[in-house]
Write a protein that binds this ligand. Structure first.
Ligand SMILES: [Fe+2]
Ligand SMILES: [Fe+2]
Length: 246
């Protein structure tokens, strides 16, 4: 069992102990794009005391019941399919729902609350970027990653040269999405509706927060498990070592 210390990287905690993810999420500790930081660094960034966080994570370590623990061994094809069916599908539904709620809130309250238009602007950007991003993953990158499960390299080389290029590109998109999620959180005052907000407005913030939580888990699965495993497989098949995904 990995011992969690102040120097353990956040992404390693999330990979080894998926049951720790809800704790990280609740504390606002970034475990997907910012997962390379150590626990001590992440706590310092959030002005959190290290000892109670460490104690809570140690407690979660004992629970290994979540099915996510399987993803380090499962075939890459199966993991990629899970990401698409679970996370891409959820995000697409959520984008539609949020779009509907946002247009209602804009019409009713936009004139008195400029932040609604700001949220709308950032949401339009993130939703169109994610739509394109999912298309690239589903039509180009993931089908190729699925072929890496076999012991032999695929008969024809990938259209994109080597697998590092699209992975780096996808990870840059993830950073961008992470930045936009932070902007949405800030603009919405941590998804806290004004006291007199109507039910639609409350539903909008809840839907945005659900989108954020799911995207964190989704990006974590890709950045910290799927992509590093794919890079390692591709390196093995080509007989040369591919640099670890930084
Ligand atoms: Fe994805
Ligand atoms: Fe992605």
């Amino acid at each position: 069992m990995m011992v969690i210390t102040s120097e353990t990287k956040i992404c390693d905690i999330a990979v080894e102990y998926p049951t720790a993810i809800p704790v990280l999420e609740r504390l606002g500790i970034d475990y997907c794009c910012g997962g390379k930081h150590t626990l001590a660094e992440a706590c310092a960034r959030k002005s959190l005391h290290l000892a109670p966080v460490l104690a809570e994570l140690e407690l979660q370590q004992q629970d290994t019941s979540l099915p996510e623990a399987q993803w380090q061994q499962a075939p890459l094809k199966k993991l990629a399919a899970y990401v698409v069916q679970q996370h891409h599908a959820f995000t697409r539904d959520q984008i539609k729902l949020i779009g509907d709620l946002l247009s209602k809130v804009e019409v009713r309250h936009g004139a008195d609350h400029a932040e609604v238009f700001e949220i709308s602007k950032v949401f339009a950007a993130i939703s169109s970027e994610l739509t394109h991003h999912f298309f690239c993953e589903e039509t180009i990158l993931f089908p190729y990653i699925g072929t890496l499960d076999a012991d032999q390299p695929p008969a024809s080389p990938p259209v994109f040269g080597n697998v590092e290029q699209p992975i780096t590109r996808m990870m840059t998109d993830h950073d961008q999405a992470g930045e936009e999620l932070r902007e949405l959180r800030e603009l919405s005052n941590n998804y806290t509706p004004p006291p007199a907000a109507c039910p639609t407005w409350r539903a909008l913030y809840r839907a945005l927060e659900d989108l954020e939580r799911d995207l964190h888990q989704h990006i974590h699965l890709e950045n910290n498990i799927l992509f590093p495993r794919a890079l390692a497989r591709a390196g093995k098949q080509s007989g040369k070592s591919i640099m670890e995904c930084a």
